[in-house]
Design a protein around this ligand. Structure first.
Ligand code: ASP
Length: 721
């Protein structure tokens, strides 16, 4: 699987510059879908159990212990539905359960009995039940379609039909059709879902977030990024909403935890739900990322986080309300900066360009390919020229609602207003209002829960100034019509909109508008007017976006097909949040000249970092006492004379793999994946053994903290330790 062994950056740079085709022919990394497991070569790599123990259609395998927890992965580790995942995956639910007085984010949480477990609001679980290739059915539906927008409409329609059919056949599952290769391969997945999830054991912040943003995406690392949850179902075993009467779920399979951990070079593998990678894309896509998306979004998020920090500085309730948004932004922002650095370092655009040129020459060298794909490469170029022309407008539109809470509030209100207006009579209007009022209230309350007026005002003002400066195709009509001459005026206008809106106060809004359909319809506000007008621009642009998606869909299907012919092999599809396996070894690396990074960190490193006196590195004093007394229990790694805290390995992971179980050659859990090194942030575009390293929390540290620091012995007992 991995072509390159230990290579330094300089060698990598040499390869990138002088021999791009070697780079291109590097292995197809390793996010293997279940259908491709036999191609992975697991036995040769060191797997000591049968591949069938991992996945055996119709029978029980390790995959049945895997769950998708919102955007992350987790795994069952007891027969009573106990799940281990990352601290950062449970973070939003812990935030929602916390108050400035009962602050579980800061202090952690240990439920000593099932009754004490707390509802994990917002978290749901999915378990992959089965899958089926439906590419033929989807592609047959668009075989003779030339109109790009119609292509997208029909693909979506066919997907929906297949989903409904599958759910009708088995009402206990939720189906989803995932695009494996754009415009080429489609698989229908059937999932079991669990809606009642609870918090069981969350380490305190100084353990779960030790190192903070300073250490995020960094090795050496010392973060206790783990949390324990539990899945509950109704008494009949079926999925049910949170209720005190629900009972712990009994999974088909749970992972055995091996407290002995692993050693350097040991074979390891991960099952999980990696989110999104973009490796099978042409040079122009990387160019778009490097020139537009990555810098735009990282700058915007940086600005947003500065304002949100300020908002929470003197107000603990606001700080708590904004904690999840800040953390998510910071995570993406640092990842994007890492990507920008990495893309420049390996000069991926040039490598890809050369690969694409070679592909174009291959097409032209074969008459049959030339007649079918002769214009493929220039059509790709044409499409990206178009996309780049209004890239800023698109990015602005894609970010306006996620950036400002009140714009989201305005969108909710306006869209409910519109459906109310569309009712035929006042009776119908009333009935519709009564039937949907609670849902609207819940949606609005949820947004208000993480709202800060201070931040919203400044962020909207900033985005107004951005949009005012856009030229040519990037101009946004609603903003242009305001004729704001310069950035200052635009800034002031955005700021005033937030100052003058009545949407500011949650209770007031809810009382006023939710009292009757007439009150709702009569409610007017300048921010509602602005959102209405902007929404028209966005809808109009969406038509063009759909047309482009249709073109891209066809082009990318052809691009991958012809590339497979050129390289005479089948590729592994990019990550798309479906269940995958990756494997490799516990392994250090050499990220810069004259360094070698060991693959284990220890408690000694926590103490060293703590000595720096920075708050990101505060840690509980009990850790130091236990460490000084060498109170390591059975969790010590003898050669280190310490407890291993985090470990490093060359597996192929991305976002979504957070919380994935790291397993040894026997399929036993020895750690939990949670991050990658800074250099590995470009994995999403190009994986390479020389710089791609992922980071996990060693199970020995999890068990040590649970045992010696948090006195959560019941967890150990439940895991059979
Ligand atoms: N910590 C990462 C994330 O939050 C996991 C990864 O991308 O490797 O997405």
């Amino acid at each position: 699987m991995k072509l390159f062994n230990k290579k330094s950056w300089s060698l990598l740079l040499f390869l990138a510059v002088s021999a791009p085709t070697i780079m291109a022919k590097s292995p197809d990394e390793g996010m293997f879908p279940l259908s491709e497991l036999s191609r992975a070569g697991l036995k040769n790599a060191g797997l000591k159990i049968s591949e069938k123990d991992i996945y055996n259609p119709g029978k029980v395998g390790l995959v049945d212990a895997l769950v998708q927890v919102s955007g992350c992965t987790g795994s069952f580790i007891s027969s009573s539905g106990l799940i281990i995942t990352n601290h950062h995956c449970a973070f939003s639910a812990v935030q929602l359960a916390s108050t400035p007085i009962d602050n579980y984010l800061r202090n952690g949480f240990v439920a000593q009995s099932h009754e004490q477990e707390i509802e994990a609001r917002g978290l749901t679980i999915r378990i992959t039940d089965s899958y089926e290739d439906v590419s033929d059915k989807i592609l047959a539906a668009v075989a003779h379609i030339t109109d790009p927008s119609e292509r997208i409409t029909l693909i979506k329609k066919k997907q929906q039909e297949l989903v409904e059919e599958a759910q009708k056949q088995d009402p206990t599952i939720k189906a989803e059709v995932s695009e494996m290769f754009i415009g080429k391969t489609y698989v229908l997945f059937r999932y079991k879902t669990i809606e009642d999830v609870r918090l069981v054991y969350i380490p305190r912040q100084t353990i779960g977030e030790f190192g903070g943003e300073t250490d995020n995406w960094v090795w050496p690392r010392h973060t206790g990024d783990y949390s324990f949850l539990r899945a509950y179902v109704g008494k009949d075993g079926a999925s049910a909403k949170f209720s005190k009467d629900n009972i712990p779920y009994q999974p088909k399979k749970f992972l055995k935890v091996n407290p002995k951990g692993v050693n350097e070079n040991d074979f390891v593998f991960i099952l999980g739900y990696p989110g999104k990678t973009f490796r099978h894309r042409p040079a122009q896509y990387i160019q778009y990322q490097q020139n537009f998306l990555l810098p735009y979004v990282s700058n915007l998020y940086e600005f947003q986080n500065e304002r949100m920090y300020e908002a929470g500085k003197t107000d603990r309730a606001t700080a708590l309300a904004l904690a999840t948004r800040i953390k998510r932004n910071a995570n993406v922002l640092k990842n994007y900066k890492g990507k920008l650095k990495g893309l420049r370092n390996i000069d991926l655009i040039n490598t890809k360009k050369k690969d694409d040129q070679a592909l174009a020459a291959f097409i032209l060298s074969k008459p049959d390919l030339k007649s079918k794909y002769g214009s493929l490469m220039s059509e790709i170029d044409g499409l990206y020229t178009l996309i780049n022309q209004d890239a800023y407008k698109e990015l602005w539109m894609n970010n306006i609602y996620t950036s400002t809470s009140l714009m989201r509030i305005a969108r909710e209100i306006n869209s409910f207003k519109l459906t109310l207006q569309q009712q035929n009579s006042s009776e119908q209007q009333k009935a519709f209002f009564e039937a949907n009022k609670e849902n609207v209230k819940t949606a609005l309350l949820e947004i208000y829960e993480s709202y800060s007026n201070y931040a919203d005002e400044r962020i909207l003002a900033h985005m107004f100034a951005d949009a005012q400066a856009f030229q040519g195709n990037n101009q946004i009509e609603t903003i242009q019509k305001l004729k704001l001459r310069d950035a200052n005026l635009a800034n002031a206008y955005g700021s005033q909109l937030i100052r003058n809106t009545k949407l500011n106060g949650c209770t007031q809004v809810l009382n006023q508008i939710l009292s009757s359909p007439n009150a709702f319809l009569a409610f007017s506000d300048p921010l509602l007017d602005f959102q209405n007008s902007l929404n028209q621009d966005i809808q109009q642009f969406a038509v063009e976006q759909k047309r482009r998606d249709g073109i891209l869909n066809k082009l990318m299907g052809d691009y991958v097909a012809v590339k497979e012919m050129y390289q005479s092999k089948n590729f592994i599809p990019d990550a798309n949040s479906t269940l995958r396996l990756t494997f490799g070894n516990v392994k250090g690396y050499s990220p810069v000249d004259a360094t070698y990074m060991n693959p284990f960190t220890t408690i000694a490193g926590i103490i060293q970092k703590g000595n720096l006196g920075e708050t990101d590195f505060d840690y509980p004093s009990e850790i130091k006492t236990a460490w000084e007394n060498k109170n390591f229990g059975p969790y010590v790694k003898k050669e280190l004379n310490d407890v291993p805290v985090n470990l490093l390995y060359n597996m192929d992971t991305t976002g979504g793999n957070s919380g994935s179980p790291i397993m040894n050659a026997y399929g036993e859990l020895i750690g939990v994946n949670f991050d990658r090194s800074y250099d590995a942030t470009i994995n999403d575009f190009a994986w390479n053994d020389s710089y791609s390293r992922s980071i996990g929390v060693d199970i020995r540290y999890v068990l040590w903290v649970a045992d010696k620091i948090d006195h959560a012995q019941f967890i150990l007992k439940e895991m059979g330790i």
